[in-house]
Write a protein that binds this ligand. Structure first.
Ligand code: AP5
Length: 217
């Protein structure tokens, strides 16, 4: 089953998607990572998205939906990381999956308070090549600024500045929180909430249980 990871900026969606992708054969589709690739590659989409991302606002639905559609293939189950973020995107995803005979996705809501999200984003360091994520206090690399896995440099994201973090959290509360209701109410959808305040391995543990992965995937 395809799974939507639903949670505020900094809730740990990317961290967990990378772990599940590595150990359980899912494919991570992170709209944030895809947009950053477009922006760094200077594509038309990247240029159109840049201003929204810099301000911590959502990129228009039609651009995002088209980008995700281009990523869907009939292979591994997908972990949607950072998508959908609006009700319009969720409805479009249902239609895209339905047209491919994939059924409606499950959803996992990462529950966490705003103060902890801010702390997580302020201390985040990322490998821009692989998307692997660290935190200077909670999940530190062995050598500061260097990825444990490939030795590549770690950078701080330019939308992890205090004023942009505040905007992203406001946008999440106004535009993405309604998806908790969207995925919680329907007959065909399935929403599970997990405690995202716990350490990384404990969050992984909850996900394994919530997705029924105890005996593999
Ligand atoms: P995007 O890249 O998706 O950013 P986001 O949703 O704001 O999510 P983050 O990547 O910030 O957080 P995360 O939950 O993945 O946390 P992480 O694992 O890194 O989007 C960026 C921008 O792109 C948006 O603002 C928007 O403009 C645009 N965009 C993207 N998708 C869009 C869409 N669908 N529609 C419209 N616009 C879109 O963890 C955070 C930190 O915490 C790390 O340092 C990590 O090491 C640490 N950490 C993680 N888990 C734990 C734990 N359990 N305990 C302690 N520390 C932890």
């Amino acid at each position: 089953m395809d799974v939507v990871l639903l949670g505020g900026p900094g809730a740990g969606k990317g961290t967990q998607a990378q772990i599940l992708q590595k150990h359980f054969g899912y494919r991570q589709i992170s709209t944030g990572d895809l947009l950053r690739e477009h922006r760094n590659g200077g594509t038309e989409l990247g240029k159109a998205a840049e201003g929204f991302m810099k301000r911590g606002e959502l990129v228009p639905d039609e651009l995002i939906i088209k980008m995700v559609e281009g990523e869907l293939r009939d292979d591994a189950d997908v972990l949607f990381d950072g998508f959908p973020r609006t009700v319009a995107q969720a409805e479009a995803l249902d239609a895209l999956l339905d047209a491919r005979g994939r059924g409606t996705p499950g959803a996992v809501y990462f529950q966490i308070d705003r103060a902890l999200l801010e702390e997580r984003l302020r201390g985040r360091w990322t490998n821009p090549r692989t998307g692997r994520v660290y935190h200077e206090t909670f999940n530190a690399p062995k050598v500061a600024g260097i990825d444990d896995e490939d030795g590549g440099p770690l950078v701080q994201r330019d939308d992890d500045k205090p004023e942009t973090i505040k905007r992203r959290l406001d946008v999440f509360e106004a535009q993405t929180m309604p998806l908790v209701e969207y995925y919680g109410r329907g007959k065909s959808h399935r929403l599970v909430a997990i405690d995202a305040t716990l350490p990384v391995d404990e969050v992984t543990h909850q996900l394994i249980h919530a997705l029924g992965l105890e005996h593999g995937h």
